[in-house]
Design a protein around this ligand. Structure first.
Ligand SMILES: C[S@@+](CC[C@H](N)C(=O)[O-])C[C@H]1O[C@@H](n2cnc3c(N)ncnc32)[C@H](O)[C@@H]1O
Length: 258
């Protein structure tokens, strides 16, 4: 999935979070974030939805790393003072041990080489630093939009990552899972907002659908919305999974802290 200019342009419209929901995410993350003076890497930062909230929540400095030039431009326009660099999760362009925490929101499913990703994370995190992964790891069939756009997820189901797989690869690189919580967020306040957000097509499974399949699902969604199928707010529940980096022994040696 390429995050080009169309995706960048619709990102905030389609995926913007309310400040109350950002607050919920930060409340869940704060026990694992450094205090003022610490450093956080916002990996695959996109348009910076979380970069500023992370910095404000704990007073640490945040560096946003994002491979797409269009998304970096959107981020700079949203947050002109942000520290932004180009780079991918499989080749994170930083020195060893410089970060106290890495925040990776809705990024892991884009990573092509998970072992390289895990090794790079371990490299840039200090010992006992935290990796915070935000994403949806529940069954796709539970998603409201799956009902309207089943092919969007069906095409990806063969490569859908499970939390067990991710945790296994991370364990091999010296990470232990220390927390897993679910956080609620309002995707849309009402049916009208739901349709507008879907129209923005900024969810990557929808962006990858052929036009006809997208229009078909959208027209069914509009029809249900017009018929009062969505009475209250549309609430999502996503996962925050936290891993801690252990001390690592040089090859062939025991690690007394592990
Ligand atoms: C769904 S967006 C999430 C953006 C942001 N983290 C957020 O939650 O708003 C996924 C982002 O991951 C980026 N991305 C895709 N492949 C990546 C990779 N291999 N390494 C790092 N980031 C990647 C995309 O360019 C995009 O900005």
């Amino acid at each position: 999935m390429t995050y080009g200019s169309a995706m960048a342009a619709g990102y905030d419209r389609g995926r913007g979070l309310r400040s109350r929901d950002l607050g919920r995410w930060m409340a869940a993350a704060i026990p694992y974030l450094p205090s003022a003076g610490g450093r956080i890497l916002d990996l695959g930062a996109g348009a910076g939805r979380f970069s500023d909230a992370l910095a404000r929540s704990c007073g640490a400095s945040v560096v946003a790393c994002e491979p797409s030039a269009a998304m970096r431009a959107a981020l700079r326009s949203n947050l002109p003072d942000a520290s932004v660099v180009g780079g991918e999760a499989e080749a994170i362009p930083f020195l060893a041990g410089v970060f106290d925490a890495v925040w990776a929101s809705q990024v892991v499913h884009h990573v092509k080489d998970l072992p390289a990703f895990a090794a790079d994370l371990r490299h840039v995190l200090r010992p006992q630093g935290h990796l915070l992964i935000r994403g949806g790891f529940g069954p796709v069939k539970d998603l409201l939009l799956y009902r309207y756009f089943p092919h969007a997820w069906a095409a990806r189901s063969a490569v859908r990552l499970t939390l067990e797989l991710i945790a296994g690869v991370l364990a091999g690189a010296g990470f232990a899972m220390v927390d897993h919580v679910q956080v609620e967020q309002t995707f849309a306040q009402n049916a009208e907002e739901l349709v507008k957000k879907v129209e923005a097509r900024s969810l990557s499974p929808l962006a990858g659908l052929p036009g006809q399949a997208f229009e078909h699902g959208l027209s069914a969604l509009r029809s249900d919305a017009d018929n009062g199928a969505f009475a209250g707010p549309i609430v999502d529940r996503l996962d925050l999974v936290v891993f801690r980096a252990h001390h690592q022994a040089p090859a062939g040696e025991q690690d007394p802290f592990a």
